[in-house]
Design a protein around this ligand. Sequence first.
Ligand code: PLP
Length: 419
Amino acid sequence: MRHFFRRRGELYCEEVPLRAIAEAVGTPTYVYSRATLERHFRAVDRALGPAPHLVCYSVKACGNLAVLALLRRLGSGFDVVSGGELRRVLQAGGDPARVVFSGVGKTDDEIALGLRAGILCFNVEGEQELSAVAAVAARLRKVAPVALRVNPDVDAKTHPYVATALAQSKFGVPLRRARAIYRAIARCPSLRAVGLDCHLGSQIESLAPFEAAASRLRRLLEELAADGHRLEHVDLGGGLGVPYGREQPPSPRQWADALRRALGPSRLRLVVEPGRVIAANAGALLTRVLYRKRGAARAFAVVDAGMNDLLRPALYGSVHALEPVGRPTRRKVVLDVVGPVCESGDFLARRTRVDDLGPGDLWAVMTAGAYGFSMASSYNSRPRPAEVLVDGRRFDVVRDRENPRDLWRGEHIPEDLKP
Ligand SMILES: *Cc1c(COP(=O)(O)O)cnc(C)c1O
């Protein structure tokens, strides 16, 4: 069931023509399908079967409060990587007892925020961070629940910027140091070891890296059990890839089955932290063509969405399908589809066969729900786009387009320079 489809030539999201959203809200605008978010969450949740598990949606993929509130209603927990993300989850009514806190650079304030909220677990990424968590917990007279994020040294065969489990990566601690660190946790009265954690990276398109990591964790879990640690969960992170074009990543079911198989029989609760697989194909970015122009060597369509709105093509060279919102044109043309930002890296697509759209026509940049708005900035002083959630026949603006005042909110001109 696809919730972005064509009816009489026009592109729809659920029962709403995308043109209607562009006309009502303007462009660029992110559009999310509620039915798709629900279907993806349920697919992951069901794939993990009846054994104890917790799906902690990775907030950094798409952190709009409406998206978080929807996932919370479906029973999702959350993986956060900053105090800001934790605050978002709480603001959306998320249950702190279902929150894991990852990230290599937690500050004392962020640790205190997590402790006061009563989160499920801190995924601790290093020895000094562990000391910081212990010290803040002791100061607050609390016991911090922790899991060590280990780096299983597995090549996820993904873009280098989103591979996080290689030996040279900044994330986690090497497997061989794990036992000593758990011994230190056991000796510390303000820490309680509740789990073991790893995360391999993102947009992983085969099962092998997941299987390799899970079997390394299985061995470590046996050693930790033999050392007398009574853990409650094992967290295998997120990272399952999605089809942007012709990729054929494993299904959530295949992924979950592979994790369970590699972990072996276990009484531990299985935690996962999927982001992209839930949000990516639930979202599209609507953009309008401003101009067509011809350079010396290339032909361009200049659109009103730039790298500040959707960074992925510029940052990772990622390829997103472009679908015309109106009826596809008979003639196709090879174009660079570029934004208005003053950077040559500002493109949505390069040398791509696309529909022959002209000024005023609309494109939907597909599979933009994850790492789309959440990576948006106001570079070039461009207000960040609006976000819309579609639910059947209705749609709601779930984040207003920023206005010019938002661009300089918090800035101050010293007295003697005032105009
Ligand atoms: C980004 C991230 C995720 C989510 O990754 P996806 O590829 O979006 O599933 C999960 N866990 C951690 C620690 C992350 O940093």
